[in-house]
Write a protein of this length. Sequence first.
Length: 582
Amino acid sequence: MIAKISSGQSTAGLIRYLYGPGRANEHTDPHLVASWDDFAPDPGRADDFDAAKKLLVADLDLRVKQARRLGRAPERHVWHCSVRAAPGDRHLTDAEWADIARRVVAATGIAPEGDPDGCRWVAVRHADDHVHIAATKVRGDLRPARHWNDYLTADKELAAIETEYGLQQVVRGDRTAAKRPTNAERRKAERQHRERTPREELRETVRRSVTGATNEAEFFGRLAAAGLLIRQRIAPSGDLLGYTVALPGDRNKDSEPVFYSGSKLAPDLSLPRIRQRFASDAENTVQTDKEHGGQAAQSPVSRPASARRSAAHAAWTAMLVIDQGDDGAAAAEIAAAGEVLDALSKTSAAHTRQELREAARAFERASRSHIRAERLHDRALRHAARDIIYGGPALGRGEDGATTAMVIDMLIFLAIASANWHGKHQHAQQAAAARQAAEHLRAAYRQAAAAPLAALYQQGRYLPRPLHQLLVSVVQTTVPDLAGRLLAEPGWYALAATLTDAERAGYDPAALLSKAVQQRELGSADSVSDVLVWRIRRDADLPACVPESHSPAAPTTASYMAQPLAAQVNQHPAASSGRRVR
């Protein structure tokens, strides 16, 4: 059950809407269910509708007119609160809606219980699932109503009502969410055949433009490159005080662009909040760029693949902070994780881009709470986002595609860790948003991982039988509790190939496997073997995709026999057969 509260200037206009047909003829049987004295006229049940409506407006406005003569009436004297049940809730009776309305006006201070000077109000029902409360904000003593924080007090009362009435427990926010589009903005978007309102489009564009940016010039350059109209508020001293943005095609009735300030798009998109991001990593930017530039010059791996691998490492570190660090550091890591998602959604291949974009949109709500983010802790993730942006578009195949799967796999666990952290702090909306982002990431992962895991699967299928049997023994000995599940999963062959590649690179497969299992819980994984593949390949710095030299088209036993595991297998009479594992 949710409440929506607004103020207005016309009592007659509100009553006319409540008793009218609605904007799309959606109102049915408008009638009064409760009022301040239970004797207010009800136009919906009166013989003379117009006369009753006029009388009701006059009764509601009586104290407003009296206060106006004394110069004490508020300019926006109408208080309007709609209370809506959640989809799937049972239909409440008129008596139940009347009780709910009385409790809401009492809790918000409009008409406190037992106060003879409470404001005048009525509750009108014109649909099965909601009721409207209309009040005038002048008390009987002709003073303004005391209804500060009315949304929060109404929300708290509705939470209690849900419990008492056995209704669905609605996920509630903490006033850190981005401002929702107004009804007028939604209707305008519908008329213009837009999927989303300009406010929503601008919020996403600004959020993506700040991702990985290190200074204001870079940020505003990205806004301009995205095609937005930009206005900057400059002080007489020449200092930049703020900014507003608009879509070129979004105009008001005077044909002027409709501008929104950053703070009206989202709390963390105001210029001061954006500057906090820049300040947190400005001192390390030059050194970090030099380091990554050197790596790019020396490494045969593409820049997109290198950036994604670095992001996977940064995501792992961020999870440790979220699990074990203080709240300010965890909040910073969660906020920066949103930038990595935005960066991936901008640069990944087409077949994963939409799900990544939906994940970033969902996680945006999880990135803000009342816990202040200590921005110095988010440098690694912010630099990872910057590297992804500057690495450019990634291919959907080869090392680019495989490292995309690797980082998405890690981000799924990061989203789950964020949901758990928010849940621990009773941030219901943020926790739900993080879980929703995790679902979109799972969908993106399935698309990104299909090809590289299929190649690893084929490599594992072509391992010599004795080597395969030895790997089975390693798993059964190292992780006995997981062995049955691992060996039964389709991804076992990809894990077997990964363990073999790790041994060829000089690592102890048993030690790597044990470390990968202990790193973090595996209960939320759809495929434990898939998760272990990416953890081991990340920890051992193995290529994320199968190199061409390992193609299963021409398997050779010798290529697998150069390490200690092979020395044990060589004694087996079938070691040189190179037979495909069946």
